[in-house]
Design a protein around this ligand. Structure first.
Ligand SMILES: Cc1cc2nc3c(=O)[nH]c(=O)nc-3n(C[C@H](O)[C@H](O)[C@H](O)COP(=O)(O)O)c2cc1C
Length: 305
């Protein structure tokens, strides 16, 4: 039977599926639930220095082809997050990845230093949230220079490996990835949500989300995510966590063939339940057995050959 285990920057994962940032609430019990349901690793919600309440409801829409959210980066703040991550690390036998963000570049350094106290296995640097522009301005992931600046600041403040999470909303994600690699990133996570987009309730004639606009995720963005990962793989030599629209085992395999060493799953938790991790693994294993692939590495990046 195919072996799904992967080593991502020294993190030993029993399979390549990872809970994406922001999908479950922050508690250690929610994250543990994802691991118990088959996830090979988990990413926390993005954490800021201070507690944030986020946007007002409604904050999420789930349609057949897409999910749209304007959660607004609600989180308990770094002090509480450090305790939660320490607690989680005691409870789960899987890598824990802490997602951080800052209002200004300098804040990323402080966040990196503070979150490192909890000894997460990796830090994911979220520079790509599209639904807080009113508050923070354009995400740092939109320009090579600002993306590289944040990467450098984070690296100066932690010894823990970092993965920088990129936005698809750019003309050349490969160029941004290269700038981030040159600035010292250990890995890249791609992609964050697309847009922002908007959905209108035709009864009231008004936008459904209270924030009006939100980041788009789920099945509709999968081809964009696959192309982004493909382009990044062409531009850098650091490993990639592929994310965007992965719902089935075949979707995960496709992302790995595009160049991902591991895959994150977010919106599909809403479509298939928390068991989506074990379902995706079972489906991927079945495909691999049928096709004669014995390990994930055998398929990594083969779309480029
Ligand atoms: C409700 C919701 C909340 C999210 N919150 C975060 C977040 O806090 N930080 C982050 O980096 N990404 C966040 N994301 C983006 C996901 O981690 C992921 O990059 C994106 O949804 C694409 O993957 P998917 O199609 O599998 O959902 C969020 C997505 C959703 C649907």
């Amino acid at each position: 039977m195919a072996n799904l285990a992967v080593d991502f920057l020294g993190m030993k994962m029993k399979n390549p599926t990872v809970l994406a940032s922001g999908i479950m609430d922050f508690s250690a019990s929610s994250m543990k639930y994802a691991v118990d349901s088959g996830a090979g690793a988990v990413v926390t919600k993005s954490i800021s220095l201070e507690e944030r309440k986020g946007h007002k409801s409604p904050i999420i829409i789930t349609e057949k082809a897409f999910v749209m959210n304007a959660v607004g980066l609600s989180n308990p703040g770094v002090d509480a997050a450090v305790e939660d991550i320490k607690d989680l690390k005691k409870k789960v036998d899987a890598p824990v990845i802490a997602s951080i963000f800052g209002k200004v570049k300098k804040e990323y350094g402080e966040m990196a230093r503070r979150i490192s106290e909890a000894r997460p296995d990796m830090i994911e640097v979220n520079i790509s949230c599209p639904n807080v522009e009113d508050e923070f301005g354009k995400p740092f992931s939109l320009e090579c220079e600002s993306a590289a600046d944040v990467t450098r600041i984070v690296k100066e403040n932690t010894k823990i490996p970092i993965s920088v999470k990129l936005s698809p909303n750019v003309p050349s994600i490969g160029k941004i990835a290269k700038a981030v690699e040159d600035a010292g990133a250990d890995a890249i996570t791609a992609i964050n949500t697309v847009g922002p987009g908007m959905a209108i309730d035709i009864e009231s004639g008004k936008p459904i989300l209270k924030n009006k606009a939100g980041g788009v995720s789920g099945p509709a963005i999968r081809p964009l995510a696959v192309k982004a990962v493909y382009d990044i793989y062409e531009s850098v030599s650091i490993p990639i966590m592929g994310v965007g629209g992965i719902t089935t085992g075949n979707d995960a395999i496709e992302m790995i063939m595009a160049g991902a060493s591991a895959v994150q799953i977010g919106s599909a938790v809403y479509y298939r339940g928390i068991d989506v991790f074990s379902k995706v693994c079972d489906e991927a294993r079945e495909f691999m057995d049928k096709q004669g692939y014995s390990k994930i590495k055998d398929m990594a990046g083969i779309a480029h050959e």
